[in-house]
Ligand binder design. Structure first.
Ligand SMILES: [Zn+2]
Length: 287
């Protein structure tokens, strides 16, 4: 039996399970709300979202980290620089950091579905719309990285204000896109990098109340826009505290779901509740 006509997934990157409770974000705590079981996976953004949308671990889907996707040249340089500079001690290490900063910044590119070794849920559902999903979609990753990496903190390429401006512009764009797509497809998944980026940039929880309140309000607007036939999933890929990722991801669903809810099974289990019109489409989905 299917209960819903369509599914809407909104990924709040880095939104922390404990903090959602602490700041009492009621719109983010739907009928089933809990800590998402990350199955001991490394706390790396593209790796985690890729695991969620493929239903398999990184060994199988092939998206294992950001650094792997630095340009080939840079990866070679880095290995070479490490070998050389490690011989010269501390000052040389600083030089390596500086060199890496410029090479890294100009060449980093986020992994996409071309790098993925298996099909994702979007290839399995005919009428699906992935929007900025890490590990799958082409999208700018640079804005957040600028103030995250230790190298960048030491040698910031641009001011924090500039980074925040870019982050806010990107967030505005994604929100607009999300609302344009609600109700338009069988499966819509919009990724919002904003909570992760902002928590990284400010890193000392000084801005947490503001960010969590804002995300709670956004969740409320999304719920108003989605109709009763829409299965709504809010979730994150990891939590975040003191500027670092932690194993406190959350899930929140407007229907009952039995625990434990794992990062590799949440979407596929919920998809079974959605009517796809033609039975053979549902049969094709591997659970
Ligand atoms: Zn993340």
């Amino acid at each position: 039996m299917t209960e819903f006509e369509r599914m809407l997934v909104v990924g709040f990157d880095g939104l922390d399970y404990q903090k959602i409770k602490r700041y009492d974000c009621e719109n983010l705590m739907l009928e089933s709300f809990g800590k998402l079981d990350l199955e001991n996976l490394p706390l790396k953004t593209p790796l985690l979202w890729s695991s969620m949308i493929t239903g398999v671990r990184p060994e199988e889907h092939g998206i294992d980290s950001m650094l792997k996707f630095k340009g080939e040249k840079v990866r070679k340089y880095d290995e070479w620089l490490k070998k050389v500079f490690n011989r010269f001690g501390w000052s040389a290490l600083k030089l390596r950091e500086t060199v890496m900063h410029y090479l890294f910044d100009s060449s980093i590119s986020a992994p996409t579905k071309e790098n993925m070794k298996v099909d994702s849920i979007f290839e399995k559902v005919a009428d699906s719309k992935p929007l900025d999903v890490p590990g799958h979609s082409h999208y700018p990753y640079i804005a957040g990285k600028m103030n995250v990496n230790a190298v960048y903190k030491k040698y910031p390429p641009v001011s924090r204000d500039r980074v925040v401006r870019d982050v806010e512009a990107e967030h505005l764009y994604r929100k607009k896109q999300l609302f344009e797509n609600i109700g338009e497809h069988k499966l819509v998944m919009q990724h919002l990098h904003y909570p992760d980026w902002i928590q990284h940039i400010y890193s000392k929880e000084e801005k947490d109340g503001e960010v969590y309140n804002e995300m709670n309000e956004l969740a409320g607007e999304i719920l108003e826009e989605a109709d009763d036939d829409t299965l709504v999933v809010f979730c994150s890929d990891h939590g975040l505290a003191n500027g670092g990722h932690r194993d406190e991801a959350f899930y929140s669903v407007n229907t009952e779901i039995e625990e434990p809810v794992k990062i590799t099974d949440i979407l596929f289990r919920l998809l079974e509740r959605v009517e796809f019109g033609r039975a053979e489409k549902v049969d094709e989905i591997e659970v």
